[in-house]
Design a protein. Structure first.
Length: 368
């Protein structure tokens, strides 16, 4: 299978399946000297692990990470970092029935069409558990970015018709509410809405928003390696994401130029913008403003209603899916969006070090 590697200089390769022995990631390109231990990574993994609330799958997994290589005496060595998370709560028998048919909304049919064979246990490689490797690597990237003064904050912007009121933004609520909404009042409404969905044997979609602050101007490239293009690829690679917006996104298509343009002005001897319709990126290059992106997630396709489909014998059938499934993907995907954004931004920053001659000469002249 091609396509399990992401990045140019800060490069990750994820591996593993939902019901295999373990999942993990190999990180290549992490610089030497970063203080790193398993708790740095575990704090990120704990944000996505299942079974933590009434609106998450009841599957219980501790998702405890093990650092297998690339760290010595508490610091990265500059060699590949290999991270492993064992699976401990597989119930493959829950999925034995679906080996013979294609679940609506899942990748069952497309996997068979591509490979002629698939791991039907929980979706195999297309399962949401594949994101464990992304999040583990994102924790390392986020720590490096933190040393550079760059911070990422992701949260649930909406679930179904319920949208967070950002005038009531409470950062602490992101980690304390079941929905990861920064608005406790909206969280209560969203939980009630999801309870209705579950009663109706249905599911919901939603939106994750991510803010990247502290990003300097000048990172990214103007053609095929645009910063917004690579961020979009990173986010669109997450299962169930159907659209990505940067800045005003779709609203820019309905705006006039006079409304969409961000005016520049001088402030404290720096060039800044009065507004941020562009979402912090102009011409594929960061402009020094906070980068704002949104990821739009489809409803969880595994619902417990009767659905029409086709079996491998080519017969039209009706199915009722069993197993353990989230009524909404969004809350557990918040840290996944944050992690993929961190990976894309760090890679762009590392590539940018070669964009000017003085960046190289200034660095290496200090070595003499």
């Amino acid at each position: 299978m091609a396509g399990s590697t992401f990045g140019t200089l800060f490069k990750i390769t994820t591996w593993g399946e939902s019901h295999g022995k373990a999942l993990g990631v190999v990180i290549d390109g992490a610089p030497a000297g970063l203080p790193l231990d398993e708790q740095d990574i575990q704090s990120f993994l704990d944000r996505r692990k299942p079974g933590q609330s009434r609106i998450a799958t009841p599957r219980k997994e501790s998702d405890l990470v093990q650092i297998l290589s690339g760290v010595f005496d508490g610091k990265t060595t500059g060699t590949p970092i290999s991270l492993l998370v064992p699976n401990t709560s597989q119930k493959s028998s829950d999925y034995s029935e679906i080996a013979s048919y294609y679940r609506p909304g899942h990748a069952d049919y497309t996997f068979d069409a591509k490979y002629g064979f698939r791991d039907y246990r929980g979706g195999g490689r297309s399962s949401g558990r594949e994101t464990i490797g992304r999040v583990a690597a994102g924790a390392v990237a986020s720590k490096i970015l933190g040393r550079m003064g760059i911070a990422l904050t992701a949260y649930t912007r909406s679930i179904g018709p319920i949208e967070a009121d950002l005038s009531h933004f409470d950062r602490s609520a992101i980690l304390s509410t079941p929905t990861c909404m920064p608005d406790p009042a909206a969280d209560e409404l969203a939980c009630a809405y999801l309870k209705e969905c579950m009663t109706e044997k249905d599911s919901s979609g939603g939106v994750v928003e991510c803010i990247i602050s502290g990003m300097p101007a000048g990172v990214g490239d103007p053609v095929f390696e645009k910063l917004d293009a690579n961020l979009s690829k990173a986010i669109m690679s997450i299962g169930a994401v159907k659209a990505v917006e940067i800045g005003d996104g779709l609203r820019a298509a309905a705006a006039k130029g006079s409304e969409n343009n961000d005016a520049f002005h001088m402030e404290d001897e720096k060039i800044v913008k009065k507004t941020n319709h562009s979402g912090g990126i102009l011409g594929g290059i960061s402009d020094g403003s906070p980068i704002l992106l949104r990821a739009f997630f489809k409803p969880t396709p595994s619902i417990f209603r009767k659905q029409e489909t086709v079996n491998k014998a080519g017969e039209n059938i009706t199915v009722e899916i069993k197993g353990r499934h989230d009524p909404v993907i969004v809350p557990r995907a918040v840290v996944v969006v944050e992690s993929m954004a961190a990976l894309a931004v760090l890679d762009a920053c590392m590539i940018n070090m070669s964009s000017r001659l003085e960046y190289l000469t200034d660095f290496y002249s200090q070595k003499k």
